[in-house]
Design a protein around this ligand. Structure first.
Ligand code: PLP
Length: 403
């Protein structure tokens, strides 16, 4: 086989469809967020970042950075092993205790990323529970889809955010079969939020495990930042809470929080937990400090929501097609892969504004968009600059405006 030819041909298709991904080469600046240095073709310039998942700016929080420095000086660079063989650092233990407490659970378990947490927890549960049936929301993230696939359990996909469809599917199955319902709270590309109370009621009716991904909510929703389940007063009804340390908490890593027995089960049987080196102690220390800080930072959560509301209003007033979103995520519809990339390029080259295009397969074809994520650190002036630039780009590319 002509291997090189194969790779090039497949990449050629991506180019033709306008779905080839290019990465912005950025250097984040300590204390400078949301401004970053952009490297391109040997040139460097400042850009204003509008699409980061460092939603609260915690990646630049001075306390978090100081904690990482301290742990680096105390412990050195790497963890030194897998959790089982010499790689459990005291910072890992403290972080797990903090996360269990955040979610009011008996125990928590950390992983090297939110992705790994989902793949490992879902594959381990689905594989282990005999005859387990898994019900997955149609819009679930790839990490959950892959975790379910690896479990080899029978899967049913229920309509997005539709408890009635879920109930219908569950009612058609063996009432005695073990069941698990897998869903998210904030869906990150549309910014909509699941009806948690209703979905959990269906789970309870059918005696199913509920597995809730709060990756785009932890730190940002609920009185202590434990997520939408906390905000909605239903956290105690969720069997497995899953989250990330990378977005609202600004560092890296993922976790689950659940009962002692369930967490111990994943710890003991989860390949993606067992057979990999644990996160560096400095990362765990940074995440620990961030979680502790964010738990008490209601002002940050309020400001974050206010920034999102303000930006949505400004975009709407300018006639730009903001998609409906009830969260901090602000998607603006373009509806075409190539135009979406062109719009993003024009923002970068002409306005020094960075918003990554979101194309298929991350979103369905025809719904390509610019996904904007205002943070507490984005000012009114920055918003006005963004809106002006978008209006100009929309006109230049003859993009569709709001109806
Ligand atoms: N779950 C959802 C819903 C996500 O959107 C993502 C990533 O964006 C993940 C899990 C993976 O989290 P992480 O970035 O920590 O690997």
């Amino acid at each position: 086989m002509d291997y090189e030819g194969f790779f090039k041909e497949r990449l050629g298709t991506l180019h033709e469809d306008g779905n080839y991904r290019t990465f912005a080469d950025l250097a984040r600046r300590r204390g400078g967020y949301p401004v970053a240095t952009h490297h391109e073709g040997g040139q460097v310039s400042d850009v204003l970042v509008w699409c980061s998942n460092d939603y609260l700016g915690q990646g630049q929080n001075a306390e978090v950075i100081a904690a990482m420095h301290t742990a680096l000086d105390e412990c050195g660079a790497g963890a030194g092993g897998t959790r089982n063989i010499s790689g459990t650092n005291h910072y890992h233990v403290l972080l797990e205790q903090e996360l269990a407490s955040l979610h009011q659970r008996e125990a928590a378990l950390i992983f090297t990323s939110g992705y790994v947490a989902n793949v490992t927890a879902l594959s381990t549960l689905g594989m282990g529970l005999p005859g387990c049936l898994i019900y997955s929301d149609a819009f679930n993230h790839n990490s959950m889809i892959e975790g379910i696939r690896h479990s080899r359990a029978d899967k049913r996909v229920f309509k997005h955010n539709d408890p009635e469809d879920l109930d219908r599917l569950m009612s058609a199955d063996d009432p005695d079969a073990p069941k698990m319902v897998v869903f998210e709270s904030v869906y990150s590309m549309d910014g909509d939020i699941a009806p948690l109370d209703e979905i959990l009621s269906v789970c309870e009716k059918h005696n199913a495990i509920s597995y809730l991904d709060e990756v785009h909510a932890v730190g940002m929703y609920g009185p202590t930042g434990a997520g939408v389940a906390e905000r909605d007063g239903v956290m105690d009804r969720v069997t497995v809470m899953q989250g990330t340390l990378a977005k609202g908490f600004g560092v890296v890593g993922g976790y689950i929080a659940a009962s002692t027995a369930l967490v111990d089960y994943i710890r003991s049987f989860g390949n993606g937990f067992i057979f990999t080196t644990s996160m560096p102690p400095a990362v765990a220390a940074g995440a620990l400090t961030s979680v502790r800080h964010v738990r008490g930072a209601q002002d940050l959560r309020d400001r974050h929501q206010e920034r999102a509301r303000t930006l949505k209003t400004k975009l709407k007033q300018a006639g730009l097609p903001v998609m409906p979103s009830v969260s901090h995520i602000v998607p603006v519809l373009v509806g075409d892969a190539r135009l979406c990339k062109d719009a993003s390029d024009a923002l970068m080259t002409r306005h020094s504004i960075y918003v990554q295009p979101i194309n298929y397969p991350t979103v369905p074809r025809g719904t390509e968009r610019l996904r904007i994520t205002p943070t507490p650190l984005h000012t009114d002036d920055m918003m006005d600059r963004l809106v002006e630039a978008l209006v100009e780009v929309w006109a230049d590319l003859s993009l569709e405006r709001a109806a």
